[in-house]
Ligand binder design. Sequence first.
Ligand SMILES: Cc1ncc(COP(=O)(O)O)c(C=O)c1O
Length: 387
Amino acid sequence: MEFHDRIQRELGAMQSADRYRTIPSVAGRLGRHITIGEERLLNLSSNDYLGLGDDPVLRSAWLEAAGADLPPMSSSSSRLLTGNHPLAEALEAELSALYGGRAAMLFNSGYHANTGILPALAGRHDLVLSDRLNHASIIDGLKISDANWKRYRHLDCDHLEEMLQEARGKRRQCFIVSESIFSMDGDLVDLKRLVELKKRYGAILILDEAHAVGTLGQEGLGLAEQEGLGGEVDIIVGTFGKAFASTGAYAIMAPLLREYLVNTARPFIFTTAIPPVMLSWSLWTLRRQTGMQLERESLQALASKLRTSLQRQGFTVPGESHIVPVYAGANSRAVAMAEALRKNGFLALPVRPPTVPQNTARIRISLRATLRWEDVEGVARVLGEVA
Ligand SMILES: Cc1ncc(COP(=O)(O)O)c(C=O)c1O
């Protein structure tokens, strides 16, 4: 009984700190809207940044192309056993071609990629330097690796450089790991500077582009593509679950690293591979998104207009991407802001510690290329009234 009492107490503590989570009962998602219970709301909390996931026409076209020959619904084992499929190789070949001939490797999710790559590559003689606001999957990868690791202040390349200097000659290898668009702040890393630092200090640079693929770059390949620095980043991680509207993830790297990871990355080796049916859909959405430059531009323009209008209301709205965080400070204030939005037909969820640092609870608005200004202009007004 003691065990259950403790669990009950801890849940109670989460509730009183406004940190308690429940799974919403989503009745349906269609286009720009989501239905939760009886409520139909404008969905401002989706990572389907290009609107491909909620596009019934795209889905029908894919089904029609697949015809009666729908690929298998399961891989039934790891790719290293009997779970490989020509579609996995085709998807990797397509990614490899897009990324200028570098090797591509699929993972079942971004979480799998981040908890697989770092522990495989960095050992106890190495040091990993990680941005303080990196995603939980990167932190978990660090925690299960044998490597030493430290966090540098968010986006602070001077702090990172101090750490690189201090480690010089003392470690077998230094790694730098960062997101490109930060998932909770919507701000962008200074990739040029990271590349300079990695070269100067002989470090290996790993860039998580989960929120940038589909939204940045001529072909939607992320910040590295936009900055023309793709070839300089040792490992780029991209996910299929967000703008690419599917499931799974990939990493881009040198063929030698791929060969090593195939042999050592545990979340690649010890899991059933992505179902071929989903690989087929990923190929479909990947091809579709490469030509969506106009949608990417309108998404960025919408984000910048919303940011400006929220800032005019006096809100702190950091970042410069389609992820628009509106700072609330206290957890209870973030919850009140989310409730007010919901009463007015908008779904934008509050994000609270431990997902973000203490006292920086916020509303995270993630915009999509399918939204127009008329859809979101009420957001600033509603939040202004709460304030
Ligand atoms: C920066 C970042 N990396 C990785 C992931 C995990 O990706 P996936 O949802 O494919 O597991 C996320 C998901 O939220 C993310 O925000």
